[in-house]
Design a protein around this ligand. Structure first.
Ligand SMILES: NC(=O)c1ccc[n+]([C@@H]2O[C@H](COP(=O)([O-])OP(=O)(O)OC[C@H]3O[C@@H](n4cnc5c(N)ncnc54)[C@H](O)[C@@H]3O)[C@@H](O)[C@H]2O)c1
Ligand SMILES: [Zn+2]
Length: 525
């Protein structure tokens, strides 16, 4: 693994004791940031704070961390307040993986009692409790969180080590098979897993919203001896255009990328579509590595090889089916997602459950609150969605036999809603949530599903927070737009409907009046 392992947590959570134990397990060097500062200043921290004040101590801390971040291969115990500083957080994000040792106030108090004098910021009464609560949200951003209460330091080190190694690898057995790797260390291990053949170059195309991750990936390839260029882009629909892709080609050429190289796309479906399309077509194809950073991309668009750009004539009108060479999903990157994008990805996950896997649907409902609070905890559900998508892609890679069509549950109306609302007004997965409600109503109307089975699912979907602007859209325009969908057949429009939760079926005979009636049940204005 490239980069450092940083241990964060409140004073007394055991960072300094665990660091050497973990370093030994992983063959790394152990560093203690406070000890480095003390060695530099040739005084204990307590004296630095007393003589120079806390701000001066923080400057020393930032300098020490910058020096540590510039090397790699260490387990670094951070001071309790190190994450309060933005420059420190950036340095950490760009140079390694952050681990939170989550210990309760009681544990921390017991551990700090012995050397309280060394900890000047804990002298005031109640300081431990106050800092514990105030700093916790920052600690929680760590890639890995270990509940440390009741564990001995060697046990904590073993738990961290196990989580760093824990990953799911799902092989997609298309004619050019590839792995989807899901795990906290998926980013750090990338250059160990996939490198440009024959000494080629690496071009990283990244959404500006995830710049820190992108810098880390580019640096990891650089440290592994490759020439790596980072292209930060605005990931909007303008990127998914001929002009947007044209600009990418030019920047690939400037970076002297050729077929021996790889393109790494870091971002949501917008990056996957645009950078994936550019990679698939530049010099007739350069391998593409996907690092999805939205829930929607992780469970859906990053797997399956579809890439697309928009034309003036319509969305996703030009594209390829080109499987990626590798997909790396690090769930912790999802923590910074805006709430609407969490719900959007969740909508797509529910699609897998409703169309293909009743147990997944039940698990998603049971874990819904936890997923909304922290999508990084949904590792099992994400992995299950990837498995389901991978299996379908393998049996119908080019989307020609109809097998892949089941992935379009909820999508005929969703695409129509997105079009009529104006692209971008609704997130894709938000539109899918409303579209699935329409598909459920159609499933009942067409005699596949009982209304008793529909109702609880519909109530659940209706409870999800989707902006209700869709209610004001023109119902006839939506019905019309569903007829323009690619899935149009002689007897009517083809819809994916269900006859039970987890059991999809295709129905070619859904007429415009059926769609209009289904939409009416959803409460259009
Ligand atoms: N190729 C396919 O199979 C496929 C499937 C579904 C959707 N798509 C396409 O995907 C696109 C939508 O993808 P999306 O929903 O992932 O949206 P997106 O890529 O547009 O990202 C949504 C928003 O989240 C931001 N963002 C991304 N990662 C973040 C992170 N970790 N933290 C904070 N912010 C972050 C982005 O900057 C953007 O503002 C559409 O263009 C759609 O057509 C393609
Ligand atoms: Zn979709």
């Amino acid at each position: 693994m490239n980069g450092n392992i940083y241990l964060c947590g409140p004073s007394g959570s055991g960072k300094s004791t665990v660091a050497p134990l973990l370093a030994e397990r992983r063959g790394l060097q152990a560093l203690d940031l406070d000890a480095l500062i003390e060695a530099d200043a040739q005084r204990p921290i307590a004296r630095i704070v007393d003589e120079e004040g806390e701000p001066a101590f923080r400057i020393r801390e930032r300098d020490a961390l910058a020096r540590v971040a510039a090397r790699c291969g260490a387990v670094v115990a951070l001071g309790g307040g190190a994450l309060e500083d933005g420059a420190n957080r950036r340095a950490i994000a760009e140079s390694g993986i952050l681990v939170f040792l989550d210990a309760s106030v009681a544990t921390c108090r017991a551990n700090t009692a012995v050397d309280a004098g060394r900890r000047p910021l804990l002298r005031e009464p109640g300081a431990l409790e106050r800092l514990h609560a105030a700093r916790r949200p920052r600690y929680r951003e760590a890639a890995i969180c270990v509940a440390a209460d009741g564990l001995t330091p060697p046990e904590v080190a073993a738990a961290v080590d196990a989580l760093l190694r824990a990953e799911r690898v799902i092989r997609v057995e298309t004619p050019h098979p590839y792995d989807v790797c899901i795990g906290a260390a998926a980013i750090e291990t990338l250059p160990d897993r996939i490198t440009p053949p024959n000494g080629g170059r690496v071009v990283v195309v990244a959404d500006r919203a995830v710049e820190g991750i992108a810098t880390r990936v580019a640096r990891a390839y650089h440290d592994a001896g490759f020439h790596a260029t980072l292209l930060d882009v605005d990931a909007d629909e303008a990127l998914k255009s001929l002009a947007g892709v044209g600009a990418l080609y030019e920047r690939f050429a400037e970076a002297r990328l050729d077929r021996r190289g790889i393109v790494v796309g870091i971002g949501g479906g917008t990056i996957g579509d645009a950078a994936g399309f550019a990679a698939a077509t530049y010099q007739r194809g350069v391998p593409f590595v996907a690092l999805p950073t939205t829930l929607l991309a992780a469970v859906d668009s990053a797997i399956g090889g579809k890439t697309a750009i928009n034309l003036p004539a319509g969305k996703n009108m030009a594209g390829t089916v080109t499987q990626p060479a590798y997909v790396a999903i690090a769930p912790q990157v999802l923590r910074s997602l805006p709430a609407r994008d969490v719900i959007s990805g969740y909508g797509e996950m529910l699609k897998y459950g409703l169309a293909l896997d009743a147990a997944l649907y039940a698990a998603l409902r049971a874990g819904e609150a936890a997923l909304m609070a922290d999508p990084a905890t949904a590792l099992d559900a994400i992995a299950r969605c990837v498995e389901l998508k991978a299996a379908i892609v393998v049996s119908d890679e080019e989307d020609r036999t109809g097998v892949r069509a089941v992935l379009n549950f909820g999508h005929t109306v969703a695409h129509a809603l997105e079009k009529v609302a104006g692209y971008g007004a609704l997130r894709h997965g938000e539109a899918v949530i409303v579209g699935m409600r329409a598909a459920l109503a159609l499933s009942v109307a067409r005699g596949h599903l009982s209304d008793a089975a529909r109702q609880p699912v519909d109530t659940h979907l209706a409870s999800l927070s989707v902006p209700d602007t869709w209610r004001a859209l023109n119902r006839d325009a939506i019905v019309d737009a569903t007829r323009g969908d690619k899935k149009r057949h002689a007897g009517g429009t083809q819809f994916v409907l269900i006859d039970a939760i987890g059991s999809a079926r295709l129905d070619d005979r859904v007429g415009p009046d059926d769609v209009r009636a289904a939409l009416a049940t959803l409460g259009f204005a």
